[in-house]
Write a new protein. Structure first.
Ligand code: NAP
Length: 288
């Protein structure tokens, strides 16, 4: 129940109506009986500064950040975590005594299903399809796992070069490689971890897959195929991977875990991850 002590959380983006975050967070807040409400805020890029000032004025406790504000929010933060600096993007902001602090929980979210697998990642050659925003969290995650190499595949050589250069100050060194899709067939035979960060196969293009059956056949038999897409579930890529007997991981758990990590920061307490997962599954129309 909303009363005089209810505190405010939310998500900023533009557009924002499609966001599943309010469903997931409000389910958890209700379960905890926490006197908070989590709202969607459609903030036009030109209105970001007054919006952030307004949030401070009205005592917003924290908020999620999504497209197109993940980089643009940086100048308004007094503190940015190391991981968010490495990625160059923030998805979670909270109020402190001195201003706004930001971090990025996408890496924690990406890693959660992988860390649940007992695996020696030091011999892993990761291949990451796409070099956009999510790929940055995936590269940081693969680096944290200690992967032997991380090969990022993109369709635009200039964007790949910018992507590569942006990790210059990291400790990745020559473990990070970039290449174009034409070179992908040569990379697949050694890819023990293949991560799709492109939107290929996402609803409504549910029949599309970033890899063909023949390309999936080239992956080593111990490969893990991880698709960041969460709808459809499974994607065509994951269906083909499972048909080949490979371990397939979908993007839903990343979405749940990045959200639960954010809520934990705002509330400073354990949060009900199962409730958040269930709320998302229901909102996405998945049968259980
Ligand atoms: P983004 O910044 O737009 O990056 C998308 C990347 O995919 C770009 O490198 C883009 O290349 C490439 N791409 C787009 N269409 C392609 C195609 N037809 N063939 C080959 N490459 C293509 O998007 P993002 O924020 O990284 O998100 C990417 C995907 O990850 C989305 O499906 C999103 O839903 C998913 N995601 C999931 C989670 C989760 O929690 N599970 C979190 C974040 C993102 P160009 O730059 O050349 O266009």
């Amino acid at each position: 129940m909303i009363d005089g002590k209810t505190q405010l959380l939310g998500v900023i983006g533009y557009p924002i109506a499609h966001s599943l975050s309010p469903v997931m967070h409000n389910a958890a807040l209700a379960h905890l009986g926490a006197n908070y409400v989590y709202l969607p805020f459609a903030i036009h890029p030109e209105a970001l500064e007054p919006a952030i000032q307004g949030f401070a004025a009205i005592g917003v406790r924290g908020f999620s950040v999504t497209i197109p504000h993940k980089q643009a929010i940086l100048p308004y933060l007094t503190e940015v975590s190391e991981v968010a600096q490495a990625i160059g993007a923030v998805n979670t902001v909270w109020r402190t005594e001195t201003g706004w602090s930001g971090t990025n929980t996408d890496v924690v979210g990406f890693l959660a299903p992988l860390q649940a697998i007992a695996h020696d990642w030091s011999q892993t050659q990761a291949v990451v399809l796409g070099c956009g925003g999510a790929a940055r969290a995936v590269v940081a995650g693969c680096a944290q796992l200690g992967c032997q190499s991380i090969m990022v595949i993109g369709r635009d050589a200039a964007k790949l070069a910018v992507f590569h250069a942006s990790w210059q100050n990291s400790d990745l060194g020559d473990r990070l490689l970039v290449d174009t899709w034409e070179q992908l067939p040569n990379r697949l035979v050694e890819a023990n971890l293949l991560v799709n960060t492109t939107p290929v196969g996402m609803h409504p293009q549910t029949d599309a897959s970033p890899l063909t059956v023949a390309e999936i056949a080239q992956l080593p038999s111990n490969s893990i195929v991880y698709d960041l897409i969460y709808t459809p579930n499974p994607t065509q890529l994951l269906k083909l991977a499972a048909e080949r007997g490979l371990m397939a991981i979908d993007g839903l758990e990343m979405l749940v875990q990045q959200g639960s990590a954010a809520l934990q920061i705002w509330l400073q307490q354990e949060v009900p991850v199962d409730v958040m997962r269930q709320a998302l599954r229901q909102a996405l129309g998945f049968s259980d």
